[in-house]
Design a protein around this ligand. Structure first.
Ligand code: GTR
Length: 398
């Protein structure tokens, strides 16, 4: 294969060739075949990553050192779970810069447990109705006061009973969800060594924040080795997928109803288009991406390539059959199109058609490392999803 071609990343969107079909994960931008895992790791994976940074999400700063401050350790759920609250400070930034208030719930009966890391949009205290959980400054400033409002969404008791932990923080800790690059952590990194149009947008910032959560969990002796899963819903699912794609310390990725900018491709997507999403949420992406509005076929990448960066690690794309805006059918195409990269690694990605629904069994016989799972719901997360997600995690994290 040709290792000399430079990625297409320096071309203007209008100058890029139109490719109506989803680009082949195993053909480089220069047209070379990717035949070995070495080809994939040394050339194709890095060029796909750069193309996403350049054209879609923007470049994030390099991994910083962090300082972890433990605020409290206590028990919740009648002693069945341990809650540890930690603040993650970015060591290179001034003391008043944003920091992450991470709440980690783990089963009290286990020395170590696999942990799901996910951003919440209710504040950490929305996960369970328990006065032990701190209402963080970010949550208070965002007007989030209700305890336990998302308890049927996170299903913490169910996770704990099945031997899993949950680590969570509010995305505004790192970047508020507003079209303002100066109100979060991005204002401290305006000297990134790339053109400003390609600086990180909010999704990349959230993903970077999740990676700082991974930094902390990797040092946490109660977290099982090779047991870090990342989950997120909708806009936060886009961030979960991006973090999982970029960070190989993440062992399992669950983008839930992540839609456009998540698992769902931009090509042949008759629901949320690039034009629609960049118009409604200009801050989520970099300033190059909007130029692909109305011409998604000129993108050198599409979202199946982000899924393929997770390979050979397991990924479960969870979708609501009535969640039309996320386009579950097109997301399934994306999941299936990443399969050749699992195959290249000698792993089973797709089993049968790669789709399980409702109460279908999720067992080592019926699923591989790549799965779309659907329930008859609209845009929500609930217990039925967690049953299936934990079945998938039981297969791949133990
Ligand atoms: C919608 C947006 C989707 C999705 C969703 C959400 O308005 O169009 O891409 O992110 O918000 O986050 O709930």
């Amino acid at each position: 294969m040709d290792h000399t071609t430079s990625p297409a990343e320096y071309l203007a969107p209008s100058a890029l060739p139109a490719q109506p079909a989803l680009p082949d994960p195993l053909v480089t931008f220069g047209g070379g075949d990717v035949e070995t895992v070495t080809d994939w790791k040394q050339h194709r994976r890095p060029e796909i990553r750069r193309a996403f940074e350049h054209y879609v999400y923007g470049y994030a700063p390099a991994r910083p050192s962090i300082d972890i401050e433990t605020k409290q350790t206590t028990t919740v759920l009648d002693g069945r779970a341990t809650l540890t609250e930690r603040t993650i400070h970015i060591a290179e930034l001034p003391a008043d810069a944003p920091s992450i208030d991470l709440a980690v719930f783990t089963p009290a009966t286990r020395d170590t447990a696999p942990v799901f890391l996910g951003l919440n949009n209710t504040g950490n205290h929305g996960v369970i109705d328990d006065s032990a959980v701190t209402i963080t400054d970010t949550a208070a400033e965002s007007g989030l006061e209700d305890r336990g409002v998302a308890s049927e969404y996170w299903c913490l008791e169910q996770l704990i009973d099945r031997g899993y932990g949950l680590a969570t923080f509010h995305p505004a800790d790192i970047d508020p969800d507003r079209d303002d690059p100066t109100d979060g952590i991005r204002q401290y990194y305006d000297d990134l060594p790339v053109p400003s149009v390609a600086h990180w947008g909010t999704i990349a910032t959230w993903a970077w924040g999740l990676q700082r959560g991974v930094d902390a969990l990797s040092e946490d002796r109660t977290v099982e080795t090779d047991g870090i899963a990342v989950i997120g819903h909708s806009r936060l699912g886009k961030a979960a997928l991006l973090a999982g794609a970029l960070d190989e310390r993440i062992d399992l990725v669950v983008p839930h109803q992540s839609g456009t900018g998540g698992v769902t491709p931009a090509r042949d997507n008759d629901q949320e288009t690039i034009a629609a999403i960049t118009e409604a949420f200009p801050h989520w992406f970099n300033d190059v991406f909007p130029a692909f509005g109305g011409r998604p076929e000129r993108l050198p990448v599409d979202q199946h390539l982000l899924v393929s960066l997770v390979a050979p690690r397991p990924l479960m794309d969870t979708e609501g059959a009535r969640d039309y805006w996320t386009n579950p059918g097109r997301a399934l195409d994306s999941v299936r199109a990443a399969d050749p990269v699992y195959e290249l690694h000698g792993e089973t990605g797709i089993v049968n058609d790669g789709l399980r629904s409702g109460d279908d069994a999720i067992t080592p016989e019926t699923v591989g490392r790549l799965l779309q799972y659907r329930r008859e719901t609209a845009h929500t997360l609930n217990r039925g999803y967690w049953d299936a997600i934990l079945d998938f995690a039981d297969i791949h994290l133990s």
